[in-house]
Design a protein around this ligand. Structure first.
Ligand code: FAD
Length: 455
């Protein structure tokens, strides 16, 4: 019998899965595994992952197979698995994150020494980061020209899921490594799954529901009270649906919203493209000019921001939505990130780390790009123009105050004029800060002064 291992990571689906497809073509029987290597404090995205794995295991079982969830170090477990299952190859989908890719290459060398091949397939991205380059053969640093060059290369015909999966059991020698991810206790993730369910079926149901209202996307996507965006980000992060499937469905649906929505998929492509070409930008300034920027240390301020107690209603509503649901609307992400990095002068890395811990769609590439874009330290830098005034943003994008009322019930009694800046109307709400922890005008002036100091 010719056995192959499929090592699932962030490709938690069965349809349109090139690695699984190749494994099925190359072997008589498969060993399907997920290796849980996370020993960090329990994050929101881990709560999503737990359910996503349960959905994948059920989908595999329906096709006659079995998914084995193991806990441990993949570098140790995979060679043992391959040897004890007499497997000739391990199949993976590329992650396109430089550190993870380098580790995969290390594991491939280790396996190869034992005569086991590591076969890497695509499926996570639409863009070949090496092929899309400027005329001068350099990588793009600005989104729009990148998108113009990348879009014509995006061709995709999604493939169906296999009907049957012939699998072997886990070798007895590895039974001690088998361990499902435990549920969070208490169940603080209860509100995470109100709008969309982890797993491949949940991803497709969400896509279908979103496409019904796609025509309104360009007009409504910036209004956080409407929740008019696709909510596909955690599904895409965990690979419960592939970007090619989403692209194809949007193209087939067509209409006035399709172009704008496909451009957002372009931002995801750009984030991974930037990370692959500039790996250090995951944690350091993309533009080293900003390495001298004098960030402030303000632990109490950072705590107030995390807890949604800054006294700025739109910022606080966003931070509370994040804590309760593991999500935050994109417009509000920009506003809270600007408030932290510009008005409060706190390093974007602090905000990025909090987002990675609390977002269900926590994604190294998208998160680093988003934070650096707002902080003005990244590609396409426009630091002076991106000092979002949270009150103006609030009046413009949440004009009736509905989003704020949903997440800050203590302000529910305020009308649409006062709710964006109660202190301006002299209103004091019991249990809510009397004034913003930083005066918005002063915070803006301080941010400009800090930026000027970097030359
Ligand atoms: P839609 O508007 O429906 O967009 C469709 C898809 O396009 C999204 O699911 C996402 O995969 C992609 N996309 C949309 N906008 C962006 C963007 N600006 N950058 C990259 N991809 C995008 N997104 C994450 O997936 N994970 C993160 O950790 C993350 N951190 C962010 C941090 C900051 C400070 C900012 C400003 C943005 C961040 N984003 C992140 C991008 C964006 O906010 C989310 O992708 C979006 O809100 C997800 O909602 P949606 O699926 O309904 O988006």
């Amino acid at each position: 019998m010719n056995t192959g291992i499929v090592w699932f990571r962030r490709d938690l689906r069965l349809a349109d899965h090139p690695a699984l497809e190749r494994a099925l073509q190359s072997h008589d029987a498969l060993l399907l595994v997920y290796i849980d290597e996370d020993d960090a404090p329990y994050s929101a995205s881990r709560a999503w992952l737990r359910r996503s794995l349960a959905a994948l295991a059920a989908d595999i079982a329906m096709r006659g197979g079995e998914l084995h969830v193991l806990a441990g170090d993949a570098e140790v477990l995979l060679p043992r698995l391959a040897a004890d299952a007499c497997a000739s190859a391990v199949h993976i989908s590329a992650l396109h994150e430089p550190d993870a890719d380098a580790r995969d290459a290390r594991i491939a060398r280790r396996l190869s020494a034992d005569g086991v091949a590591m076969r890497r397939a695509g499926g996570r991205m639409l863009t070949d980061a090496d092929a899309v380059r400027t005329r001068a053969e350099a990588p793009y640093r600005v989104f729009t020209p990148f998108f113009k060059a990348a879009l014509p290369t995006w061709r995709h015909r999604p493939r169906p899921a296999p009907e049957r999966l012939a699998c072997i059991g886990l070798p007895a020698s590895l039974a001690d490594a088998k361990r499902a991810i435990a549920a969070p206790k208490p169940a603080w993730d209860a509100a995470f799954f109100d709008r969309t369910l982890p797993g491949e079926a949940g991803a497709h149901a969400r896509l279908r529901a979103f496409l019904d209202g796609l025509d309104a996307y360009p007009e409504h996507r910036d209004l956080p009270a409407l929740d008019a965006t696709s909510l596909l980000s955690p599904h895409l992060h965990f690979g419960e649906i592939g970007p090619g499937q989403v692209l194809q469905a949007a193209r087939e649906r067509g209409g006035p919203g399709a172009g704008k929505f496909i451009a957002e998929l372009g931002w995801r492509e750009f984030a991974y493209y930037v990370l692959q070409h500039w790996p250090a930008s995951a944690s350091g300034n993309f533009n080293p000019k900003f390495d001298t920027l004098p960030w402030r240390s303000d632990p109490a301020g950072l705590r107030a921001w995390r807890q949604g107690c800054t006294g700025v209603p739109l910022v606080d509503a966003g931070m509370r939505q994040l804590w309760r649901t593991g999500r935050m609307h994109n417009r509000v992400r920009m506003v809270v990130a600007s408030w932290l990095t510009k008005h409060m002068g706190i390093h974007w890395r602090e905000g990025a780390a909090w987002f990675l811990h609390t977002l269900v769609d926590a994604d190294l590439a998208n998160n680093a790009l988003g934070w650096q874009w707002v902080a003005g330290t990244g590609v396409d830098a426009a630091p002076y123009f991106r000092i979002f005034n949270p009150v103006t943003q609030s009046r413009r994008f949440d004009p009736l105050g509905d989003y704020i009322r949903r997440w800050l019930p203590e302000l529910a009694g305020l009308d649409a004029t006062a709710i964006h800046a109660p202190w301006e109307a002299g209103i004091v709400v019991p249990g809510y800060p009397r004034r913003p922890i930083i005066d918005p005008a002063q915070g803006r002036a301080d941010a400009l002064a800090r930026l000027k100091a970097t030359g």
